[in-house]
Design a protein around this ligand. Structure first.
Ligand code: FVH
Length: 306
């Protein structure tokens, strides 16, 4: 506890008070988070299963705890960023989180986050789950485009939002602790499919005299131009009308699918990334929805069987 002698002038009233925090997990992401909070002047205690990973942070001003329990005891705000839900469970097993604000930035499923919230509630802690939409070099870099989605305790988020905003922009997406993970994983899934499309496109040109660097600028321009399709799908899901204003009908797209498949065959490229999506389009068309665009495929994906 800090003490002041009467002869020492008190700190100026506008001196910012930086919230102390504890951070469990110093992998690539945890270390980037730690550096951002240290750079912003937050007192930070860190712990990592493999102690050597704490050394560079100790040199940068972090206190290093010998155990996770010791780290948690050191601060009211505790951030966890570990490999997965199982490693969080293993790490928190011997810890007393009573009265703490616990923020779990480990990527997991909605059920993982809800289980974490239930565990925290049983142990008298407030809980916030976070979904990190950033890679480590984006952390602590304003304008880099990083964002963390948060869900769970609105009181915790309101109380800690300035500290949580140091590594990346924040967005609170609801009191259900699973909602940040749900939307994080939905966005990561969209990214995965985008990477699949990029892989297929480069495979098509791979063996030809096409400069991949020039093709990349065509590719990014095209994907950027197509991205607003997400807004059209959202509007159609909202209205329930999947046909109005559609310019590229399912009937037209399915008619064009053999061109995609024959081009892949001509170039000697596997169609394994294309076929599942084309099969869904054919099913929706066969169900009599040729005048729609692609939004009806979402209904097919969510239809329960049996
Ligand atoms: N890095 C990235 O690009 C992505 C960006 C989006 C968000 N993810 C998620 O962030 C979580 C942490 O990822 P990370 O990049 O820090 O991962 P690693 O560098 O592999 O570090 C893993 C840390 O977890 C510790 N750990 C693993 N297993 C255990 C365990 N059983 N008990 C305690 N700690 C464990 C590991 O410790 P050590 O191996 O150094 O001893 C690291 O601290 C993750 O959910 C990403 O999906 C990152």
């Amino acid at each position: 506890m800090e003490s002041h002698s009467p002869s020492v002038a008190p700190p100026a009233s506008d001196t910012p008070v930086r919230t102390p925090l504890a951070l469990l997990g110093l992998g690539a992401m945890g270390s980037a988070l730690a550096r951002s909070w240290l750079a912003a002047g937050h007192p930070l205690t860190v712990w990592n299963r493999t102690p050597g990973r704490a050394e560079p942070l100790a040199a940068a001003g972090a206190a290093v705890a010998d155990t996770a329990a010791e780290a948690v005891a050191s601060a009211e705000l505790v951030v966890v960023c570990l490999l997965d839900h199982a490693s969080v469970g293993a790490t928190l097993a011997g810890v007393d989180p009573t009265g703490k604000d616990l923020v779990d930035l480990t990527t997991g499923t909605p059920a993982d986050a809800r289980a974490g919230a239930a565990w925290a509630a049983e142990h008298g802690a407030r809980f916030l789950a976070g979904g990190v939409l950033a890679v480590p070099p984006m952390i602590g870099v304003p304008g880099a485009g990083g964002r963390v989605l948060y869900s769970g305790s609105g009181e915790l988020f309101a109380a800690r939002r300035d500290t949580l905003a140091v590594p990346a922009a924040t967005r609170y997406v609801g009191a259900d602790p699973g909602f940040a993970a749900l939307q994080d994983v939905a966005l990561l899934s969209a990214m995965t499919s985008m990477f699949a499309g990029i892989s297929h496109a480069f495979a098509l040109i791979r063996k030809e005299d096409v400069d991949p660097r020039e093709f990349a600028s065509l590719l990014t321009g095209w994907l950027t131009a197509m991205a607003p399709a997400a807004h059209r799908a959202a509007a159609q899901l909202h209205s329930g009308d999947y046909s109005s204003g559609v310019t590229s009908t399912l009937a037209m797209q399915v008619a064009g699918a053999p061109t995609l498949l024959r081009t892949a065959a001509e170039q000697g490229v596997s169609t394994e990334l294309l076929l599942p999506y084309l099969a869904l389009m054919e099913r929706r068309l066969a169900d009599g929805h040729g005048d729609e665009g692609n939004t009806g495929l979402i209904d097919l994906l969510t239809a329960r069987k049996g």
